[in-house]
Design a protein around this ligand. Sequence first.
Ligand code: C2E
Ligand code: CA
Ligand code: CA
Length: 546
Amino acid sequence: MEIQMSSFQTLGFNAQLLKAKASGYAVYGVAISIAAVIVATALSGYLQFGYVNFDSLLQAQKSNAVLWFLDITPLFFACWGQYIGSIMSYEAGALLADQMYELRTHNAALENKVNHDATHDSITGLPNRVLFHDRVSQTINLSQRKKSKFAIVLLDLDRFKEINDTLGHFNGDRLLKLVGMRLEMVIRKSDTLSRFGGDEFAILLTGITDEGVVSSIAEKIHQSLKPAFILDDLKLDIQASVGVVIYPEHGEDTDTLIQRADIAMYVAKHAGRDTVTYEAKLDQYSPQRLTLMGELRQAIENDDLTLHYQPQIKASNEHAIGAEVLVRWNHPEHGLIPPDDFIGLAERTGLIEPLTRWVLKHSLQQGSIWHKSGLKIALAVNLSAKSLLNPDFPDILTNLLISADFPKEYLLLEVTETAVMADPELALNILNRIANMGIRISIDDFGTGYSSLAYLKRLPVSELKIDKSFVSDMLTNEDDSAIVHATIDLAHNLGLEVVAEGVEDQATTDKLRSLNCDIYQGYHFSKPVPPKELQAWFQSNRYGYA
Ligand code: C2E
Ligand code: CA
Ligand code: CA
């Protein structure tokens, strides 16, 4: 508004200025033509009478018709100046008015854009968290008056981070856009779909008459994501975890509702369920989620973590040869927390590096004690992507091996395909340095990521570990059985050993043996156990120890 006022003032002022300038030139014109009249009259008088005085000037004026014409030029200049001044100021006014109009439209568009950007997500163009909060608050007011219900559906994509890390942010963004478009097709025009940031979406469903409607929409959401997403040549399967809250049952203000939808979503994700509707008893998960981060740092410093070891058995002679090191968090209130509940958290908060160092330090010390007592077993330690991107990691590892006095040829590091693909060149460089130190490398969770065979060939690995999701179902699921079969053949063709994890029974063991799998690991042989139990298991188990 202020801009417009001052612009109008400038417009008037400029027109005045131009008009004055045109009049100024007219005055010069008048002055010059008066001077011309005087000079011409004097010259003409002198030529006619031989002298210049008043009489000769008067006579010249009376007798010379050319001077008469000259006499009217000052008048002409005066009129012309006035006329041109008006025209110029009119034209300038029109020009400025046009420009003002353009300026105003531009200004309004800019203001709209700023407003839009502040309330919309730049990747999907959907309303953002701010606008969503606003709409929920408005809907609460409306629902209070009308005594009606509404629902909030919070949705988090599973494994999106992996895809983003593997395929890059550009493709991650493309995928988010596609997900947004599919979700938009499921909801009604009156509902609000929002991207909360990251891989989280929220939907406000208004005018809910019964809760069955919400369940059916949640179901439609899952259905809409079922067909694979195609990005270039890749087919990506995306699933989502959904948390639901209903107003007014689950909360009467915006923050409470969204917080509880988040708890329900978190529980869905961790329980492996598609959709969870909030209940009061789920609250136990939220303080845990919020305070865990700070506590984990302390736990690492205070040695509140413990290590469990799960034996690995060589197929050819059924001898136990080593163990995978699996971390647990011994929490004073929550008890033993499984790694799936805090490794992701540690990766997101940068705590994974101290955690990895902690695991390596303590497992190598334990391994060293076993070796000195004659129990010469190999140890497989899990590495996260962060270690593969840290150029100092090989040196850190060397120091840990030296101070624990553990023979490096007995150490095996498990890395996932996804971790390698996060930055293949850098990872390859670091893996080569580790391999050159004489430490073996294993590809963990093989089959679940998007690794390319070309890279696999270049990686200095000595082992592939087939993910337990394929192994545990291989007797009943033909696809899984085919994958296990193909992976074993592939590994052998590349000169690698194969470990099958998640071996839960004798029938699976027999099947794996017939496929020439090299090493078994799973509950059928032993669950991951504390060091004392592992030692006892090795000394007394029916599988020989080599
Ligand atoms: P992972 O590396 O795939 O480890 C194997 C997981 O499968 C372990 O779960 C193990 O207990 C479980 N498992 C083994 N045999 C069977 C079986 O026969 N049936 C079934 N259903 N499960 C079996 P855990 O210990 O909960 O570890 C989960 C994941 O946490 C690990 O998966 C690994 O990715 C991560 N993790 C564990 N310790 C560490 C660590 O020290 N550092 C890092 N970066 N990650 C770790
Ligand atoms: Ca592992
Ligand atoms: Ca695994």
